[in-house]
Design a protein around this ligand. Structure first.
Ligand code: SF4
Length: 369
């Protein structure tokens, strides 16, 4: 079949991208936008005018997934061809196939590769493509169309060393895989040359960076700070157990160099040791408090410490809930990202019983605000 790469009006295929999820997903969306914009056969366009809509979607929470599936159905009803990619494509392809049979489901790795134009042309011509399970092979430097031209987010690693019982990420992304240090430096230089004033390092766990390469996040930050140019550096979420071994060296750098934000994001998830064990979080609340207090003492009160809490985890009692409230009152984190537990199909915590009754779960979540 002759490839036309044209829509019914004889124009280049018009593509709209919708991205949801974390900073990793958004950074991948920015790379994908550039790939489309650069192609001579494709052009970025609005949702209304698009011939094809790419939905780059997150799988972290079941309620989010439900909304995303509804969104996909709505866009199909608008008469658009759609491709679902990102974490949701990898984790929930069976559900997508059942509930949105018109959608193509494609690994983002394939969309970032050489066959992007062919895939989009085939989908526009009426094919439905299912091709998932292709691990992302990112090689920096890459070009991007940034959502905010002053902020450049760089995924530095994918996957995790932990196996939290509620988390889908490790199923999708596997064990930690870090990008080579020199590649990340070249990406940072590229972004700074482009006028970016804030570099954000992101990963499923930034403190796990380099564990598979024999280097650390501290090594990476030292190298980034050697780059000439006016920029600041922000370090993304770090798991307390991987953050702890590098914390002294990392906090020293943050103290010595004003370009690094005094911002530390270390999710605790619960104030109860019993719940932490069920979550398979590899630390106790006492160890977490010690780490938190060290960060506060070293960086002072002009720092920002963020944490995450999952309320109403299965089997959570009033006593566990009160332990979380007490811990928050005592430590006083500056930012608390609070979410109510919801089963994520395919994760071990879905099997835990009893679940917290939804009325009680709502009340406990409210009390934590
Ligand atoms: S890595 Fe996790 S939070 Fe980020 S988009 Fe994927 S499922 Fe969502």
């Amino acid at each position: 079949m002759i490839k036309l790469y044209q829509n019914a009006k004889g124009c280049r295929l018009r593509v709209h991208i919708i991205t949801t999820g974390c900073s990793i997903s958004r950074a991948i969306g920015e790379i994908l936008k550039y790939r489309i914009d650069k192609s001579k056969n494709l052009e970025l366009n609005s949702l209304d005018d698009a011939d094809i809509v790419i939905l780059n979607l997150c799988a972290v929470k079941k309620p989010t997934e439900d909304k995303e599936i509804e969104l996909a159905k709505k866009i199909v009803r608008m008469g658009k061809r759609i491709i679902i990619t990102g974490c949701l494509a990898e984790s929930s392809h069976r559900r997508i196939r059942r509930q949105v049979p018109e959608a193509s489901v494609v690994s983002v790795e394939l969309l970032l590769g050489d066959n992007l134009d062919e895939i989009l042309d085939a989908v526009y011509s009426g094919d439905t493509i299912y091709s998932i399970g292709h691990p992302l092979q990112l090689h920096y430097p890459v070009n991007t169309i940034l959502d905010n031209p002053l902020i450049g987010t760089i995924p530095i690693a994918f996957g995790c060393t932990n196996s939290c019982s509620y988390c889908i990420d490790v199923k999708i992304w596997g064990r930690v895989k870090s990008l080579p240090l020199d590649e990340i430096i070249s990406q940072a230089k590229k972004l700074i040359r482009k006028g970016v004033k804030e570099i954000r390092l992101t990963a499923h766990d930034t403190a796990a960076y380099g564990l598979d390469l024999g280097c650390t996040l501290v090594d990476l930050i030292e190298k980034i700070l050697e780059i000439d140019g006016e920029f600041r550096l922000r370090i993304g979420m770090a798991s307390p157990n991987t953050f702890e071994p590098i914390s002294d060296a990392l906090l020293d750098i943050i103290l010595q160099d004003d370009r690094v934000y005094k911002f530390i994001h270390i999710p605790v998830q619960s104030g109860s040791n019993r719940i932490l064990r069920l979550m398979n979080r590899p630390y106790t609340i006492e160890e977490y408090a010690e780490l938190f207090n060290k960060v506060r003492k070293k960086l002072g009160y002009y720092s920002t410490i963020a944490t995450d809490i999952i309320s109403a985890f299965p089997t959570e009692t009033e006593e566990d809930h009160k332990a979380t409230m007490k811990m928050l009152e005592k430590l006083k984190p500056d930012i608390v990202n609070l979410s109510r537990y919801g089963d994520r199909p395919g994760t071990p915590s879905t099997k835990l019983r009893p679940k917290v009754n939804s009325k009680v779960a709502k009340r406990r979540t409210k009390e934590l605000f």
